[in-house]
Design a protein around this ligand. Structure first.
Ligand code: MG
Length: 357
């Protein structure tokens, strides 16, 4: 069974504006839509209380909410915050499928397979987003994408909902059919006419009737209503980092036990670089405590390398510097990663080239 997290930032553009400008906090904020023919790109939750929605013409938004504040959109800024959020996601897994600037699926099956708890991972992720970006996210967790997305949407904003496999029907059955993906207004009115209003009713509807109403698509709707979804999380970008990490069965506080682990990881990372014919310029050390706070420290080298020794030495330096100021942090997971990858760096910028080069 998979472990999937769906993260969706709450009123993302508007929240970024409220975060960056404290004078906007607690007020109805509309991003875009200030000009004559403009459309609202995002509305804060305060504005939504007046019925303002994204994609609504600014004129209408102004009528619904005359006291609202219109701010110009700043997409460069939203992209910047988005990059921060996605960097946090990638601290948890390589399998991140971005759906938009502020929304993604994460497959953390590997971590839960190593004994970590899906709910704890979700909580750590949500907390880290809050700490790093000062924004709230709604987080849904379940064993597939369909349920994880419905879960994140269930208690928005600032939602945190876990749907366990055994609770699938209890969670889904009462949901109005419109909440299910793929059921638009037309399908919904067909179903309403047939007396089907909830996912539970849809799940129990005879296959023949669904085929009559929707043709081949009917069976798929019934599967959704039953919470069945086999789609994998597809990593939405090319690999930009290579890393190795190990989770311990107990906490470690001493450098002595961590050193050999780091050196072994550096060896494996260097090996990966060789196999993929890449060089790297940035070395990252990742540590996670048993309380699941994650800490990463990076160091950029003077040039590119694929040398295990150099990568290992750099990771050790990061560890030693870190250990000085945070000796109380017990380590449950340690990892070495490299990024700023390059297939053909200029020869003079290659550090410590391996003998076969
Ligand atoms: Mg969002």
């Amino acid at each position: 069974m998979r472990s999937i997290i769906h993260v969706d930032m709450d009123a993302f553009f508007a929240s970024v504006e409220q975060h960056d400008n404290p004078a906007l906090r607690g007020r109805p904020v509309m991003v875009g839509g200030g000009s004559h023919r403009g459309v609202v790109a995002a509305a804060s939750y305060e504005a939504r209380q007046f019925g303002v929605r994204s994609a609504m013409p600014g004129m209408k938004a102004r009528r619904l909410c005359p006291q609202g504040v219109f701010v110009k959109s700043r997409f460069a800024r939203y992209r910047e915050v988005s990059a921060e959020i996605f960097a946090i996601f990638r601290g948890y897994t390589d399998l991140v499928e971005g759906l938009s600037l502020d929304e993604a699926f994460l497959d953390v099956t590997e971590s839960t397979g190593q004994g970590m708890d899906l709910e704890q991972i979700g909580r750590a992720l949500k907390r880290e987003i809050g700490q790093v970006c000062g924004l709230t996210a709604s987080v849904g967790m379940s064993h597939n994408k369909l349920l994880a997305k419905l879960a994140s949407d269930y208690d928005k904003p600032d939602g945190f909902v876990l749907v366990l496999a055994e609770d699938t029907e209890r969670f889904l059955d009462p949901l109005p059919i419109r909440r299910l993906p793929g059921i638009g207004p037309r399908s919904a009115s067909k179903l309403h006419d047939a007396g089907i209003h909830t996912a539970g009713q849809l799940r129990k509807t005879a296959k023949d009737l669904l085929r009559e109403l929707f043709g081949e698509h009917g069976a798929e709707l019934a599967r959704r209503a039953a919470g069945i979804d086999e789609r994998p999380v597809k990593s939405s970008r090319v690999r930009r980092s290579i890393s190795q990490e190990n989770t311990f069965s107990q906490d470690h506080t001493s450098l002595e036990t961590l050193r050999p682990v780091l050196m072994e990881q550096a060896l494996q990372v260097a090996d990966s670089l060789h196999r993929k014919n890449l060089y790297a310029r940035t070395v990252t050390l990742k540590l996670r405590s048993s309380g699941f706070s994650t800490l990463t420290r990076s160091s950029s080298l003077e040039g590119y390398t694929r040398s295990a020794e150099l990568i290992g030495r750099t990771a050790l330096e990061l560890l030693e510097n870190w250990a000085e100021w945070r000796s109380a942090f017990a380590v449950r997971l340690v990892g070495v990663g490299v990024s700023s990858l390059e297939a053909q760096p200029a020869l003079e910028s290659v550090l410590d080239p391996a003998p076969d080069q």
